[in-house]
Design a protein around this ligand. Structure first.
Ligand SMILES: [Mn+2]
Length: 329
């Protein structure tokens, strides 16, 4: 497979020629994954293209009201991939993170692939790759590409792209927020993105159960080390069971650690599929967490990264992370 690296101008030339696509994103989708995939699907259909979105994984509870009227498949299309002109992979940095459902492994052999992402370490195999590390979200890249093509931004597409940019910037709190981010968001609001629906779903819909889970986590599991510069928590399975809470809905849990004054690095550890998963965040560009995540076999952005460790021992993983973070601080 060719792997042609391209900027948004070339990517828009590729995309404008596609008439019938299947759109996929990463496993355990977050707001940007959903926003980019469903936004591009709605955008293409609104501009007389055929586009289907495949989202095989269960979606976070809070996003369900937003996807109620969205059109997507939850299973790999029965007719296979040959019915499409191309497969479009969004917001996904690695082959083994592409959510294809149970239909096929990635990369499939029988279709051209366009890969659009903002993770600088993206190494997804594709015919065409458009990776823009300074874009705040994959949804932001797609808004830019839509403008280059001259496609009409429909209200539904605008709302999904707004969701992606809002969640990946933490509502404009994170350092990936730029003047360009605000300009793109202004254009989405001008095109009738439903601000209220997105904000209600993302920031004002927490269940009482989750709030109690978070209070318990802060009180009994979160720790602060290195004179307050490192905040971390290792959450065992029994803690999740106590509340019937799942990390599928825990996209913003790490904010409870990052929000502390004086913290430079925040780390959350938990078990998934018998392996320790680690989320890392930095608040100080002088000690980015991207290099540490890559050193441990993971990846992501410089200030927000993750890794799955080949161990099921939460405590020893937490001790190892503490030591590694100590070297950074
Ligand atoms: Mn993203």
């Amino acid at each position: 497979m060719l792997n042609r690296k391209m900027d948004t101008v070339y990517a828009s030339d590729v995309l404008r020629q596609l008439d019938n696509v299947l759109i996929v994103t990463h496993v355990r989708p977050d707001g940007d994954a959903l926003g980019a995939a469903l936004g591009l699907g709605a955008l293409m259909r609104g501009n007389l293209r055929r586009a289907q979105v495949l989202l095989p994984d269960p979606l976070p509870e809070k996003y369900l009201p937003l996807v109620r009227n969205a059109d997507f498949l939850t299973e790999f299309p029965a007719g296979g991939l040959t019915q499409y002109d191309a497969l479009i992979v969004l917001d996904c940095a690695r082959n083994d993170r592409v959510a294809m459902g149970s239909g096929t492994d990635y990369p499939p052999q029988d279709i051209s692939i366009l890969n659009i992402d903002h993770h600088g370490d993206n190494n997804v195999q594709a015919e065409w790759s458009c990776v823009v590390p300074d874009a705040a979200a994959t949804s932001a890249i797609l808004v830019r590409i839509a403008a280059l093509i001259g496609w009409k931004m429909t209200p539904q597409a605008a709302t999904f792209f707004y969701l992606g940019i809002m969640t990946d910037t933490g509502a404009f709190r994170f350092s990936n927020t730029s003047p360009d981010t605000h300009r793109l968001v202004a254009s989405l609001l001008e095109n009738n993105a439903d601000h209220d629906q997105v904000i209600q779903a993302v920031y004002f819909s927490k269940s009482r159960n989750q709030q109690l889970f978070e209070a318990d986590m802060v009180q009994n599991y979160s720790k602060v080390d290195f004179d307050g510069r490192y905040a971390w928590a290792a959450l065992p399975d029994e803690f999740f069971r106590k509340y019937g809470f799942s990390m599928r809905d825990g996209e913003m849990l790490i904010e409870l650690l990052r929000e502390l004054s004086g913290v430079k690095i925040a780390v959350l550890l938990y078990l998934a599929g018998g392996q320790v998963k680690v989320s890392l965040r930095s608040k100080d560009p002088a000690c980015p967490v991207g290099p540490l995540a890559r050193k441990l076999g993971g990846g992501g952005h410089e200030m927000a990264a993750g890794v799955t460790l080949k161990t099921s021992d939460l405590n020893s993983a937490a001790a190892m992370l503490r030591e590694e973070v100590g070297k950074l601080l």
